[in-house]
Design a protein around this ligand. Structure first.
Ligand code: FEO
Ligand code: CA
Ligand code: CA
Length: 686
């Protein structure tokens, strides 16, 4: 095939400009050098400080478990239904988000190891390349093939959820966010020099996996099932046939030569975090999809403002992976709508290995990070979602109809009909007191009020100049127009099952200037990020207004511009770049980080959010050199913590011939999901 971009691709791999502490490899392969691009949001609206305005049966076991989480009062997100329904051993305060956390914190380190507290054990559940389908070959680093990768566990694991098949057996879903070809293949230089087989392997290493796991003994250890039929095991890739549903399905903007009806997209890309529905399906979030396309400069002029809003460059080609050399659809000069078919929330049923994944258009299109589900007081389904780029927005979807336990067909349709909202935040302190130092304002808190602004509801658009379908396909532009608040990279969101508060990880934003700080994003050049709590009116996820505050302003606790919910900062762990959040059943907040800027490896932390221990943040584990910590999941029985160790060894200059990590097996680094448990079978953290 002719190479229209010969000589114009990004070269060389290791000299790509990147900001912050991330390795150049991470910047290039994970988010297509997003930090090197101009900020995509050039609207003048809403750094809100500038705005003076108002502010199993289908699996009986599983069904019961998911429902149990709902009855408990809040999120089903990360709802790992009770694997063993052990009553919480701690006192009332501990069961109330109030602590009973007793391990000794893991100190910051740069070790090439998974470090866990004394008295705990860990093991690897599944690695990149492990057989998923029963006929998959064993992994062989130097003899990879696309055929093998299509049957093996994919690369860079992210969102993890676990759904029981019984007391001691479960299905685990894992996202495969992106590939790092320079660590996957010896001598890889990218672009036109990549072999077609390498490109096909990369396509197959994206997507997600369903694997059966089983409990090992009576502890919290879980292992991959490696023998027998494993009827649910499945690979979903960048080449899996999917379908669109919801109001934008079939719209002209989604039609291509290969799909003139605009209803059957192929594949999913860059699936980062996600969520689990009350009916036990997975919602997986397509994030940095822009980097896979070439020739954005050749789309019709009318489309250019919309695609550049997603950082698809309308100048030089953006992709070094050159998927277009294997599949022409990735060339936007020939198929300008193909990029519109990515950036969605995809629903996948892990219990139906032949089921078609569904891209749910009612949930909008952006660089989706999470899709956390809960129920409004009246039973409507609510989905919270972040758009992870600098100065992007926080969204929620509220279904039109109510969830009916056990009525699957009805419940799935909830995701196709409802209202998509975007968040606007207002501070309650004088602007002069938000001075950029991180110093708390005189009322003692970065806090205020907010509202969810409607964007679209079915065929009705609330955005001037945009149709409903345009709002769904070009959601970022729609949110610009209604004055949403520009945030510091909204990543994962989770609802506390005990308190009902919705927590948002705001990873960092080194581009925010002193003139752009506001009470919800109070630090310029925000290297370390912060955590936001949203408390909706009446604790009702269906409400349109909320109060908010920042319980955690991250960094070195010795830095006066940090805040740990008022706790004694001499007793907390340093934390930088919160990315994913989850809760244990007692309501304690667990946080994983991506891109530590304090000189340590990334880690996972736990922090009580109520009582005397509120703000007592402690590091529970650290991941190996070059890795980020993803997909944290605390099992409902609180015996197991699952952690996705993404991109171990992804450091500047590392290659297969000169690896910077040998985790987990002493050989080439392999992204893997690990499980951590207390050696004496106690609750984790307690
Ligand atoms: Fe894939 Fe926003 O982290
Ligand atoms: Ca305040
Ligand atoms: Ca993430």
């Amino acid at each position: 095939m002719a190479n229209p971009n010969a000589g114009r691709r990004l070269l060389p791999l290791l000299s790509t400009p990147h900001k912050g502490g991330r390795s150049a490899l991470t910047c290039q392969f994970r988010c297509g050098n997003a930090c090197a691009h101009d900020v995509a949001n050039t609207t003048g609206n809403a750094y809100f400080g500038d705005v003076v305005k108002e502010a199993v049966s289908r699996r009986g076991v599983l069904r019961a478990g998911a429902l149990g989480a709902l009855v408990a009062g809040a999120g089903v997100a990360g709802a790992m239904p009770a694997l063993a329904d052990e009553p919480a051993a701690a006192g009332a305060e501990a069961r109330n988000g109030g602590g009973d956390i007793r391990f000794t914190a893991v100190p910051p380190n740069k070790d090439d190891a998974l470090r866990i507290p004394d008295g705990y054990s860990s093991s690897v559940v599944v690695r990149w390349g492990d057989p998923v389908l029963p006929d998959a070959p064993a992994f062989d680093f130097d003899n990879q093939s696309a055929d093998a990768q299509n049957k093996q566990f994919g690369y860079n694991c992210d969102y993890v959820t676990v759904l029981p098949l019984g007391r001691d057996r479960a299905l685990m879903w894992v996202n495969h966010e992106y590939t790092d070809e320079s660590l996957m293949f010896r001598g890889y230089t990218g672009g036109a020099a990549a072999t077609e087989e390498q490109i096909k392997i990369a396509l197959a290493a994206h997507g997600g996996s369903v694997v059966e796991i089983e409990r090992a003994g009576r502890t919290g250890e879980w292992k991959l099932v490696t023998k027998g039929r494993r009827r649910y095991n499945r690979r979903v890739t960048a080449q899996t046939t999917m379908k669109f549903s919801g109001p934008a399905a079939g719209h002209d903007l989604l039609k291509t030569a290969a799909d003139p009806q605009g209803r059957t997209p192929v594949g999913m890309l860059n699936n980062c975090s996600g969520g689990t529905t009350p009916w036990a399906t997975v919602l997986t979030a397509e994030e940095n999809f822009d980097q896979y396309f070439v020739n954005g400069d050749k789309v019709p002029d009318a489309q250019k403002p919309y695609i550049s809003r997603y950082t698809i460059t309308t100048g030089t080609p953006s992709s070094s992976r050159r998927f277009d050399r294997v599949e022409e659809r990735f060339d936007l000069a020939k198929h300008p709508n193909e990029a519109n078919r990515f950036g969605w929330i995809v629903e996948i049923d892990p219990f139906d290995p032949d089921g078609t994944p569904i891209k749910r258009t009612a949930l909008g299109r952006f660089k989706h990070e999470a899709a956390t589900t809960t129920l409004a007081r009246d039973g409507r389904l609510v989905v919270y979602m972040g758009d992870d780029s600098r100065f992007e927005y926080i969204y929620k979807f509220v279904s039109k109809n109510r969830y009916i336990p056990g009525f699957d067909r009805h419940n799935r349709a909830l995701l196709d009909e409802g209202t998509l909202y975007v968040a606007k935040f207002t501070g309650d302190s004088p602007a002069a007191e938000i001075d950029g130092s991180g110093k708390l304002p005189s009322d003692g808190l970065f806090d205020g009020s907010g509202e969810w602004i409607p964007l679209v509801s079915g065929d009705k658009s609330y955005v001037d100049g945009m149709t409903a379908a345009e709002v769904l396909v070009y959601t970022r532009t729609a949110a610009d127009k209604v004055g949403a608040t520009k945030m510091d990279r909204p990543e994962d969101m989770e609802r506390n099952p005990v308190t009902g508060g919705v927590y948002v990880a705001l990873t960092n934003n080194t581009n925010r200037t002193a003139a752009q700080v506001d009470e919800a994003n109070p630090r310029p050049s925000n290297k370390h990020g912060h955590v936001l709590e949203i408390v909706e009116r009446r604790d009702d996820a269906g409400e349109r207004t909320f109060a908010w505050s920042l319980p955690l302003v991250c960094g070195d606790p010795a830095d006066p511009g940090t805040y740990f919910a008022g706790y004694d900062k001499t007793k907390v762990s340093p934390i930088s770049c919160p990315d994913n959040v989850t809760f244990d059943r007692d309501g304690n907040l667990w946080i994983s980080t991506d891109g530590n800027q304090l000189g340590s490896n990334d880690g996972m932390f736990v922090m009580p959010v109520r009582g005397k221990e509120r703000g007592h943040l402690r590091q529970f584990l650290t991941v190996p050199v070059g890795a980020e910590t993803c997909g944290p999941l605390v099992s409902q029985d609180q015996l197991s913590v699952f952690v996705a160790v993404q991109h171990p060894g992804e450091t500047d200059g590392a290659t297969p011939d000169n690896p910077s990590s040998h985790w987990p097996d002493g050989d080439q680094p392999r992204p893997s999901v690990a499980v951590v448990w207390h050696g004496k079978g106690k609750k984790v953290g307690a």
